[in-house]
Design a protein around this ligand. Structure first.
Ligand SMILES: [Zn+2]
Length: 1003
C-alpha cells in the first residue's frame, strides 16, 4: 500500500538531475567520508547498537544496522574525523522498513565534555522534529555554516567536532533502520562518493532551525506508472463533472453544500498532496486518486438524482423560498447565551466549528476563525507580545516583579528561557503580587481590550489558558498567613490539624519545592493548606483581571483556565482551581482536547449553572472524536489546524495539519467536512442530548488530587486519577449518561440528584463530605466504593470512615513494584496499615449467586486487593477463589453501600456496574445489544427526547463495523431514521461502520 514497496532496491539509478539539484557549484567539490560502514571496524567507532550489514547500502556494499530501544534510544560516535571546517554540509542516508512514519533527531557536540552539553545542558547543535523517516530511503543534509547551538548563544566550533548522536525522536521503540554514507561535502559532490538515490526519495535539507523536505526532482518529474496516470485522469474528470453538476444544480436552486465537500478533498488529493514528499508515490496516489474519483462520482449522482426527482425534495409550500439547509452563521459578537448554548438569530442552539486556518474558501463549511481571542490579560502579554507590553518595562525596572521559589515551568506567565517564540532567550517569569506588575497589567488591559473587543465576530475572550502559578515571595507569605487566620481563627486549631507547635501563623513557612515538587519530608497537612491557598489567591487574581475587563466591556463573555492539570499529578502546584474558575469567572467553560470525552464531561459537571463549553484549540487525534464531543455538550470549537503550507520548523506541526498530514486519509478529511455541516444542520437534535440529566455520578474529589505524597506531584497521573478514568470508561458503554459530582456540590446537598455515586479510590476526603455521603446512603442513595477510598482526611490523618460504613480492612495487597509500571510505587503508604506486595497476576472473582448479580459472571481483578470484614448483614456478591468475600452489598439506612475489596479490570468493572445500574433503577430507555452475542463494548449509546421526538445516538469506537440490536420496551420501535444520511431503517437493527457516529430518530 505504501511508499517503497515497488522499489527495486538492487536496481539503483543515479539520477543526474538529482545531483544537479543537490549541487551548489558547477565544479566537483570535496568529500570527507566520516563513516561508510565498509570496514568491520566501523561499528567500533559507535556506541549503541550498530552492526555492519550487507543489506540496504546507499553507497559501497555495506551499511550499518541500527537498533534503538527503550533506554537505549540513541547511537553516538566520538571517533570520527573532528575537523569539519572546510565543508559546508553533513550528509547521511537512512533506510527504514516500517510502514508508519517515525522521526529521528540529530545532535552535534563540539565541547570537551561532550556528554553533559555544557553548563546549561543545551550547548550543542540539535535537529529535533525535522528528520521524518518514511518507508524506504531518506536522505538528510545538514548545512554546517554555521551550526548554531541549541542555547542560541554561539555557533559550534567546526574545528573540533567531538561527538555525533542520532536518536529516536518520535518513534515507536524498538526501532530498527539502516544508516549509511555519513559524510561531509563542500561544493558539488562527485559521483564516486554520492549515494545511490531514486527520484522520489525524500531529501531533507536542514538549515539550523528550518528545513525543507522534498524529493530529488520536482514533483511532476517523479515517475508515475501508467495505471496511476490513468487514475489521475479519471479523478480529474470526475472532479470536473461534479463541479459542473454543482453549478447546474445551483442554477435550479438545489442545495449542493454537502456535495461541494468532495471538491475540497479532490483539490487536496489532486493538487496539494501529490506535491508532498510523503504522498508523491504510486501507492499513495493510487489510494488518493481512487478516492477522489469515487467520492466525486457519488456526489454527482446524488445531485443528478435530485435534478431528475428520483430523490424527491421534502414537500413544501412552493410559493415560499425555504431557508438554506445550512443557515449561514450570524455575526458572532453579542450572541445571547441560554443554558448550555449560544443562540443563533432563530433562538436555536448554535454549533460553531471553525478552523485554525487562513483559508477564506473553507469558511463555506466552517465558522470564522475570529470567533475567539486569547487576550493574555492574566500576564499582560504572551511570550510573543511581551516586549511591547508595559509588563516588560516593569519587569526590568523593579526587582519585586520576579517570581520567587519556583523552579518549574513559567505557566505562560510569561515566558522562560525554554519558551518557543522570538530570538531572545530570556526569563520573564513574573510575580502577580507585585503592585508594579498589577499596575502594568491594568495598563495592558486598558490599552488592548478596546482593540481586541472591536472584532465583530468575537464570541468570547480567553483571559489566558493552560495557566499555572505559584510564588513564594514575601507578599505571598503574608497573604498565606492571613488566609490561615481566616480559615482557623487561632493557631492552636491549625497546630491540631498539622501536628505542629507554632505560636503564631507568622512563623509558618510555606513548604518549598525543588524540581517542581515539594521536598520528600514535607508536612503534608501544611502543604495541603498551602496548595489550597495558592489556588484561592490565583483564582482571586483571575477575578481581579475579569473585573478590569468588565470595567471596559460589560458584555463579551469571558473565560480562563481550561487546564488539563486537574487530571494530572501536578494540580497542587498549579494554583488552578478549575471548579472556582468555572463557577466564579467563566461565562463560557473552556476545554482543550480532542480524544476522550472525560475532560469535557468533568468541566461541564463542575459548573453549577449550565454554560456553553468551548474548545479554542481542538487537536483531533482522529476525526471520529469530533461529533461525540458535540453530543457531550461542546458547542464552540476551533480545530487545530489547516495551515497554508506544511511546517518548515517541526514535522509535529505538519502531523496535525488536516490538509497535509500523513495521519488523515482523504476519507477522514471528507468526514470532517461532513461532520462540520451535520452539527450545524442537526443543532437542535445534538443539543437535546446534553439536556438529559445524569442519574449516576463519579466522585471528583479535589482533596484526593491535592493530598498526595510529594513525588506524585510531577506524575502524569495518580492512582486516584487512573481509577477515576477507568470508572468513567467502564461506565461509558452502559447506555446511560454518567457525570461527576464534586466535594463542594456534595456539601451543598447535590447527591440527592443521583441514584448512584461511584467512589473511585478517593483516598482522602474531608469529614464533612463523608458525612454527606453517609447521609445520602441513609436516605436511600446507593454508593459503590473501591479500594483505597476513604482512608484519611484532607490533612492525611487516618479516618474511621470505612469502619463507620461497616468495613474493616484486614490486609491490603498491592502489586509488586515494577509489575504495573510506575503507578505501583505510587500507592500512598503513609498510613501504617497492614500491606504486602503480591503477584499482580489478575485473580478471578467468583459470582456468589446473589439475586440480580447473576450476569456479572467471573470478574478479573487488576491492582490493589484487600481482604476485609463486612457487617453481618452484608450480602456477598463475589468471592475470592479462596472463598472470602470480595464484593459485598450492605444496607445503610434506606440505601445501599456496595464495597469491592479489589480494583477490577475495566471490562469486569463494566459488568459489575451494569448490574448495579439495574439495581439502582438507572433510566435506560434503549439498550444496545450486539447481534450474534458478545457485549456492546466500545459502543456508546444515549437516548434523548426532543419534544415528542425520540432520539438516539450511537458511537462505534471499535475498529470494525458493529451490527447492533436496539432494544426498547416492547412495541416502542417500529423503524429508525438515520438523521445524518436520511436513510430509513426498518426494524430495530443497525450497522455502524468503524469509528463512526450515527444519530437516529426512533419511530
Ligand atoms: Zn509573588
Amino acid at each position: 500500500m505504501r511508499i517503497g514497496k515497488q522499489f527495486n532496491i538492487g536496481g539503483w539509478l543515479v539520477l543526474s538531475s538529482f545531483l544537479l539539484w543537490a549541487a551548489s557549484q558547477a565544479q566537483v567539490g570535496r568529500t570527507l567520508v566520516l563513516d561508510d560502514f565498509e570496514s568491520p571496524d566501523s561499528a567500533k567507532k559507535w556506541e549503541g547498537s550498530v552492526q555492519i550489514a550487507q543489506e540496504q547500502p546507499s553507497h559501497g556494499a555495506h551499511s550499518a544496522l541500527v537498533r534503538l530501544e527503550s533506554g537505549h534510544s540513541q547511537i553516538s560516535a566520538t571517533k570520527l574525523p573532528q575537523d569539519w571546517r572546510n565543508y559546508d554540509r553533513l550528509l547521511f542516508d537512512i533506510y527504514c522498513d516500517r510502514e508508519s512514519m517515525s522521526m529521528a533527531a540529530l545532535r552535534i557536540y563540539d565541547s570537551i565534555d561532550a556528554n553533559s552539553g555544557g553548563p546549561n545542558g543545551d550547548d550543542y547543535y540539535e535537529a529535533r522534529g525535522k528528520i521524518l523517516v518514511q518507508k524506504g530511503w531518506n536522505h538528510v543534509e545538514v548545512k554546517l555554516q554555521p551550526l548554531r547551538a541549541a542555547s542560541d548563544e554561539r555557533d559550534l566550533s567546526l574545528e573540533h567536532i567531538r561527538r555525533l548522536v542520532i536518536s529516536a525522536d518520535r518513534a515507536r521503540l524498538p526501532w530498527t533502520f539502516y544508516l549509511d554514507n555519513v559524510r561531509l561535502v563542500a561544493g558539488q559532490e562527485g559521483s564516486e562518493t554520492a549515494s545511490r538515490a531514486q527520484a522520489q526519495d525524500p531529501v531533507t535539507v536542514i538549515e539550523n532551525g528550518r528545513f525543507t523536505m522534498r524529493q530529488g526532482v520536482r514533483a511532476e518529474d517523479v515517475p508515475e506508472s501508467a495505471a496511476v496516470s490513468a487514475l489521475r485522469k479519471e479523478a480529474q474528470k470526475q472532479s470536473d463533472l461534479l463541479r459542473e453538476t454543482i453549478r447546474a444544480a445551483q442554477l435550479q436552486g438545489l442545495e449542493t453544500i454537502y456535495q461541494e465537500r468532495h471538491l475540497v478533498t479532490a483539490d487536496i488529493g489532486l493538487q496539494i498532496r501529490p506535491r508532498l514528499a510523503w504522498y508523491n508515490n504510486d501507492d499513495k496516489k493510487r489510494e488518493m486518486f481512487s478516492y477522489v474519483a469515487e467520492s466525486c462520482r457519488r456526489g454527482r449522482r446524488e445531485l443528478e438524482d435530485t435534478m431528475q426527482s428520483i430523490v424527491r425534495l421534502v414537500e413544501a409550500d412552493d410559493t415560499q423560498v425555504s431557508e438554506p439547509l445550512i443557515r449561514p452563521l450570524p455575526r458572532l459578537k453579542g450572541r445571547p447565551i441560554r443554558g448550555s448554548y449560544f443562540l443563533d438569530e432563530h433562538n436555536e442552539p448554535m454549533m460553531v466549528v471553525s478552523l485554525h486556518s487562513p483559508s477564506q474558501m473553507l469558511q463555506r463549511f466552517f465558522a470564522t476563525p475570529y470567533q475567539h481571542i486569547e487576550s493574555y490579560t492574566v500576564g499582560g502579554g504572551s511570550r510573543w507580545s511581551i516586549y511591547d507590553s508595559p509588563v516588560y518595562g516593569a519587569f526590568q525596572k523593579w526587582p519585586d516583579t520576579r517570581r520567587v521559589g519556583w523552579d518549574g515551568w513559567c505557566g505562560h506567565l510569561i515566558r522562560d528561557v525554554n519558551s518557543m517564540a522570538g530570538k531572545k532567550r530570556e526569563n520573564i517569569v513574573i510575580c502577580l503580587e507585585s503592585p508594579h506588575i498589577k499596575e502594568a497589567v491594568k495598563e495592558y488591559i486598558q490599552t488592548n481590550i478596546p482593540k481586541f473587543h472591536a472584532n465583530p465576530e468575537l464570541l468570547y475572550d480567553i483571559e489566558a489558558y493552560e495557566l499555572m502559578y505559584i510564588c513564594y515571595c514575601e507578599r505571598s507569605q503574608r497573604m498565606f498567613h492571613d488566609w490561615l487566620g481566616k480559615k482557623y481563627g487561632g493557631v492552636e486549631r491549625a497546630n491540631d490539624k498539622w501536628s505542629t507547635t507554632y505560636k503564631s501563623f507568622g512563623e509558618v513557612v510555606p513548604p518549598p519545592v525543588k524540581d517542581s515538587r515539594p521536598l520528600p519530608d514535607t508536612n503534608r497537612a501544611i502543604w495541603y493548606d498551602w496548595a489550597r491557598f495558592n489556588q484561592d489567591r490565583f483564582t482571586d487574581y483571575l477575578l481581579w483581571v475579569r473585573g478590569l475587563i468588565r470595567e471596559i466591556d460589560p458584555q463579551t463573555p469571558l473565560t480562563a483556565g481550561g487546564s488539563s492539570s486537574m487530571l494530572a499529578g501536578r494540580t497542587g502546584t498549579t494554583g488552578i482551581d478549575e471548579e472556582r474558575i468555572v463557577n466564579e469567572l467563566d461565562d463560557v467553560i473552556l476545554h482543550e482536547g480532542g480524544e476522550s470525552t472525560l475532560g469535557l464531561d468533568l468541566q461541564l459537571a463542575l459548573s453549577e449553572k449550565k454554560k456553553p463549553l468551548a474548545d479554542p484549540e481542538m487537536y483531533l487525534d482522529s476525526v471520529e472524536h469530533l461529533l461525540p464531543h458535540f453530543l457531550h455538550g461542546k458547542s464552540v470549537v476551533q480545530l487545530f489546524h489547516w495551515p497554508a503550507q506544511p511546517s518548515s520548523e517541526l514535522h509535529g506541526l505538519t502531523a496535525s495539519s488536516l490538509a497535509h498530514s500523513w495521519k488523515y486519509p482523504l476519507a477522514d478529511v471528507n468526514e470532517l467536512l461532513r461532520t462540520a455541516l451535520d452539527v450545524r444542520r442537526l443543532n437542535n437534535e445534538i443539543a437535546a442530548f446534553s439536556e438529559v440529566p445524569a442519574e449516576v455520578a463519579i466522585l471528583y474529589s479535589q482533596t484526593a488530587t491535592l493530598q498526595l505524597p510529594p513525588e506524585m506531584l510531577t506524575w502524569l497521573t495518580t492512582p486516584y486519577l487512573a481509577e477515576l478514568e477507568k470508572t468513567y470508561t467502564a461506565s461509558q458503554y452502559l447506555d446511560a449518561k454518567v457525570t461527576f459530582v464534586t466535594e463542594r456540590q456534595i456539601s451543598k446537598g447535590w447527591l440527592n440528584r443521583y441514584k448512584l455515586l461511584l467512589v473511585p479510590g478517593a483516598r482522602n476526603i474531608p469529614s464533612e463530605v463523608f458525612e454527606k455521603i453517609s447521609e445520602y446512603a441513609a436516605r436511600g442513595g446507593r454508593v459503590l466504593i473501591v479500594p483505597e477510598s476513604f482512608l484519611g482526611d484532607e490533612y492525611n490523618r487516618p479516618a474511621d470512615y470505612l469502619a463507620r460504613l461497616g468495613i474493616t480492612v484486614r490486609e491490603t495487597q498491592r502489586p509488586k513494584p515494577g509489575g504495573l509500571g510506575a503507578m505501583v510505587q505510587g500507592y500512598d503508604q503513609s498510613f501504617s496499615q497492614a500491606a504486602t506486595f503480591a503477584d499482580d497476576a489478575p485473580q478471578q472473582l467468583v459470582a456468589a449467586g446473589a439475586e440480580g448479580f447473576g450476569p456479572i459472571g467471573e470478574l478479573k481483578t487488576g491492582g490493589v486487593r484487600q481482604s476485609f470484614e463486612a457487617k453481618s448483614n452484608a450480602k456477598v456478591l463475589s468471592r475470592y477463589s479462596h472463598g472470602e468475600p470480595a464484593i459485598v452489598q450492605m444496607p445503610a439506612g434506606k440505601g445501599i453501600i456496595y464495597y469491592s475489596g479489589s480494583l477490577l479490570e475495566e471490562r469486569s468493572y463494566a459488568r459489575l456496574l451494569d448490574a448495579v445500574f439495574r439495581q439502582a433503577g438507572v433510566t435506560r430507555p434503549v439498550r444496545m445489544r450486539r447481534v450474534g452475542g458478545g457485549g456492546a463494548h466500545n459502543i456508546e449509546a444515549r437516548f434523548a427526547p426532543l419534544g415528542s421526538r425520540k432520539l438516539l445516538y450511537v458511537v462505534n469506537y471499535n475498529p470494525a463495523p458493529a451490527r447492533l440490536g436496539v432494544d426498547a420496551a416492547p412495541g416502542r420501535i417500529s423503524h429508525l431514521l438515520d438523521l445524518r444520511d436520511g436513510i430509513e431503517i426498518r426494524g430495530a437493527e443497525v450497522t455502524i461502520p468503524p469509528q463512526q457516529t450515527a444519530i437516529y430518530e426512533l419511530f
